[in-house]
Unconditional design. Structure first.
Length: 293
């Protein structure tokens, strides 16, 4: 069963002119801001029901013929990246900015991201080099099932339910960036734009990076745009080096079919880089506002 709920944002004012006292009651004038809707999608591939958060652009009407690009957020929970990234999309698609077309945003809430975003490995010896304990990964290696969920279930569901243009963007940071990289290298036809921020390419002792040149020789590689961001290298030089290596590998092995944008965001750390990275990515993909076109 698919259930739909509304996502509300409540604004709380602390200024004395606006603060609500205990005696004040909510009135019809005090309405929540509706950001989007939430669906429940039962997945056969994953064997569980997933929560999907969806933002529809201003003026969206299922009955008209306007088709919209779709932006997928892998860490797309309300308590993850859905709200702030939707804000970036909303801002950049306002009529007086119009940096890129109005878009549908789809956020996928996580249930077990370490399981879903990692590929199979023979052992977990490498995680200790990155400061993790093996027991912190009780489940892992489920990326094949998750990618099948995206391809066979989620994208068809979104395309059937909403007016989509068949132009798709994926956003992933950290382990979600690892997954976005795996999709780029093994299933690139799923998306047109890839936003990969501080990816955890250390997984499997950088085996995905090592395999990348071979994977990029696939004859069916369509043209895609790829934004890769690294955060302050003093915090984690391994992740900085890996992001830079991915960028250089893409440029050297698939220059014809892959437009690469590399961005070193020195003043952000791993925990804070995604917001600036996503904003910079859209500026890279769509460099001009309506006034500059």
């Amino acid at each position: 069963m698919k259930k739909t709920f509304y996502i509300f944002i409540f604004l709380l004012f602390t200024n004395s002119n606006f603060a609500q006292t205990k005696n004040e009651q909510t009135t019809d004038e005090n309405q929540p801001i509706v950001l989007g809707i939430t669906d429940k999608l039962k997945s056969t591939e994953l064997g569980e029901t997933r929560t999907i958060n969806i933002y529809l652009p201003e003026g969206y009407n299922k009955k008209d013929n306007v088709k919209y690009p779709v932006i997928y957020i892998l860490d797309g929970g309300v308590e993850e990246d859905f709200i702030h990234i939707t804000g970036i999309v909303r801002f950049n698609t306002q009529s007086w900015i119009a940096r890129f077309p109005k878009s549908i945003v789809v956020g996928i809430e996580n249930t077990n991201r370490r399981r879903d975003f990692t590929f199979s490995v023979p052992n977990l010896d490498f995680v200790e080099k990155m400061g993790f304990k093996k027991k912190s990964f009780p489940q892992y290696g489920g990326s094949d099932k998750y990618i099948a969920f995206l391809e066979k279930e989620l994208q068809p569901y979104i395309n059937k339910k909403f007016n989509t243009s068949n132009h798709n963007t994926v956003i992933g940071e950290s382990l979600a960036g690892l997954l976005a990289t795996e999709i780029l290298l093994k299933h690139r036809n799923l998306f047109d734009n890839y936003i990969i921020i501080a990816p955890s390419l250390w997984w499997g002792d950088q085996s995905l990076l090592a395999e990348a040149p071979k994977l990029l020789k696939a004859k069916d590689n369509k043209t895609v745009h790829v934004y890769i961001a690294a955060c302050n290298k003093e915090e984690d030089k391994t992740m900085y080096d890996d992001a830079l290596s991915l960028s250089e590998t893409l440029k050297q092995n698939d220059e014809k079919n892959t437009k690469v944008y590399y961005d070193y965001i020195q003043n952000e750390i791993h925990a804070t880089v995604i917001h600036q990275g996503v904003y910079n990515a859209f500026k890279a993909f769509y460099p001009k506002t309506i006034y500059e076109k």
